[in-house]
Every structure is written in structure tokens, then in C-alpha cells.
Design a protein around this ligand. Structure first.
Ligand SMILES: *[C@@H]1O[C@H](CO)[C@@H](O)[C@H](O)[C@H]1NC(C)=O
Ligand SMILES: *[C@@H]1O[C@H](CO)[C@@H](O)[C@H](O)[C@H]1NC(C)=O
Length: 256
């Protein structure tokens, strides 16, 4: 079974509790604001951790991490849940994340509309589309809803409750309007164009680029410990979090 492969540190920092297959947290602020002030940190029960991990001011270009993936690929889910989100929470001051849900899908054009065939079937196309629409509406905050979806047993069924937990201000109807409408169709075409423009072209997912570059070495390092890779590539003063490590993860791929 796909496990909740979160690092011990991540648990320690964000005190997430597992609740009927989904993660919930216990204060009214989104995770991105938890360390914004001592009051918020205290209310969310992470004061000590925020003090410890409060990062230094960034003074160099952020490390750009792009993930080309598909919503139902086990290796993609493992990377998103076990590496990408924990790393982003710890290092958001020194990294940018770009998610491109499409992966090994294929598209066909018919009179200006696109249809998609996905590696893990129709459900995966639906998952990719939901996540694409969430990213369009929420920007990087969508990472939390996507994490919640990908860490549940049923990615699609988790979508609506996950949105309600993390972004109750966004209605499910508005997401579905994007998913079933022209907007989602155009956005997914954009993902296809972006994925097909990769150099070198991707041969599996999750496919990672770092500052726009993909090499076997960067891929292996990202899959083993994205956290260490981002810390090592950041040219500015390293944030305090970088002096600690995250546990290594095992990797798996979905071949094209
Ligand atoms: C973390 O640092 C920021 C900026 O220096 C500060 O505004 C904030 O209050 C700090 N958070 C905590 C919990 O001390
Ligand atoms: C990351 O991307 C931004 C915006 O696209 C760019 O300005 C920056 O130089 C990139 N960072 C690195 C380390 O290349």
C-alpha cells in the first residue's frame, strides 16, 4: 500500500494528525503563514519549531524545482508527499516550485478542443485536471491541497474534502467549472506543450528539473533528498533549516 511517507521531521514541525486517511491541522491559518508571527505560531502549536527553523532572509536567486508528473503514478505520489511538500515547507524562502501535471499523457486536437489520454486511465486525466485548475486558482498554496489528495488512498475522492480543509474560500463548483470547461482544457494543453518541450525529453515520471535543467545526477539527488539538494544549490546564506537533514526516501518511476 501507498504509505504516508512523511519524514519524522515534517511530523515534528507541523504536528499533522492523520484523520480518516487525510491530514488535518488544528488552527485556522494556512501552513504558509504558520511562522509569520509568534502569535500565529503559538496558536498553531508550532512556536518552538518556528523559532528554531525561522529562516534567514534570502539573498540569492531561489532554486527552481519543477516537477513533471501525473496524478496517479505511485512514484510521483511518493515524491510529492515524501519529498516535495516537506522540503517546500522547510525551504520556501529559498526555492520555487512549479508543478506540471501531465506526465506521460498524450493529447489530440479536434477543432480547437483537446482530448487527453492518460497512462493510468480516465481517472488520472481527471486528477491531473483538478490539480491543474487548483494550481491556476491558488498558485503555490495549491501544493497543500494536492499533497492532501496525493497522500489519501483515493486521490479523486479526496479532492473535494481536501479543498474544504485547506482552502474553504474556494468552492468546489468553481474548481469543477474549470475542470469541465474551456479553461481547464486550455490549461492542460499548456501543460502538454511545456512537457513536450522538455530538453532532454522526459522518459519517465516523476521527472524533475532544477533551475530548468535535467540530468541523471540532479534527478537522483532530488529523488534521494530534495532537501539536501536545494540546500546545497542555494548560493545565498543557508537558512537554519539546512543544517538539519530530512530522511532519505526510496524512489520509483512510471516508465513512458
Ligand atoms: C520569523 O521571522 C520573521 C521575519 O524575521 C518574523 O517576522 C517572525 O515573527 C518570526 N516568527 C517567529 C515565530 O518568531
Ligand atoms: C529561478 O527562476 C527565476 C524566475 O524565473 C529566475 O529569476 C531565477 O534566476 C531562477 N533561479 C536560478 C537559481 O536560476
Amino acid at each position: 500500500m501507498f504509505g504516508f511517507k512523511l519524514s519524522v521531521l515534517f511530523f515534528a514541525v507541523f504536528s499533522l494528525s492523520k484523520c480518516s486517511g487525510r491530514f488535518v491541522y488544528s488552527c485556522k491559518y494556512p501552513p504558509s503563514q504558520w511562522c509569520d508571527s509568534e502569535d500565529i505560531a503559538a496558536e498553531c502549536g508550532v512556536l518552538e519549531q518556528c523559532m528554531k527553523f525561522n529562516v534567514t532572509k534570502p539573498n540569492a536567486d531561489k532554486v527552481n524545482v519543477s516537477l513533471y508528473y501525473e496524478s496517479l503514478c505511485p512514484g510521483c505520489r511518493g515524491f510529492l508527499v515524501g519529498q516535495l511538500l516537506p522540503t517546500f515547507i522547510m525551504l520556501s524562502e529559498i526555492m520555487n516550485v512549479d508543478l506540471v501535471p501531465y506526465g506521460n499523457a498524450q493529447e489530440k486536437e479536434d477543432q480547437g478542443k483537446y482530448t487527453f489520454i492518460c497512462q493510468h486511465g480516465e481517472g488520472e486525466c481527471q486528477g491531473n485536471m483538478i490539480e491543474t485548475c487548483l494550481l491556476d486558482k491558488l498558485g503555490m498554496d495549491a501544493l497543500f491541497v494536492i499533497f492532501c489528495m496525493e497522500s489519501g488512498t483515493d486521490v479523486l475522492k479526496a479532492a473535494q474534502p481536501c479543498l474544504a480543509i485547506y482552502n474553504p474560500e474556494i468552492t468546489w463548483d468553481s474548481v469543477m467549472k474549470c475542470v469541465t470547461g474551456d479553461q481547464g482544457n486550455k490549461l492542460m494543453h499548456g501543460n502538454a506543450v511545456k512537457t513536450n518541450a522538455l530538453k532532454p525529453p522526459h522518459v519517465y515520471v516523476p521527472w524533475i528539473t532544477i533551475n530548468g535543467e535535467h540530468t541523471d545526477d540532479l534527478q537522483n539527488k532530488a529523488m534521494t533528498s530534495l532537501f539536501s539538494l536545494v540546500c546545497s544549490l542555494y548560493k545565498g546564506e543557508k537558512p537554519a533549516a539546512c543544517t538539519l537533514g530530512l530522511k532519505k526516501e526510496t524512489t520509483s518511476y512510471c516508465m513512458k
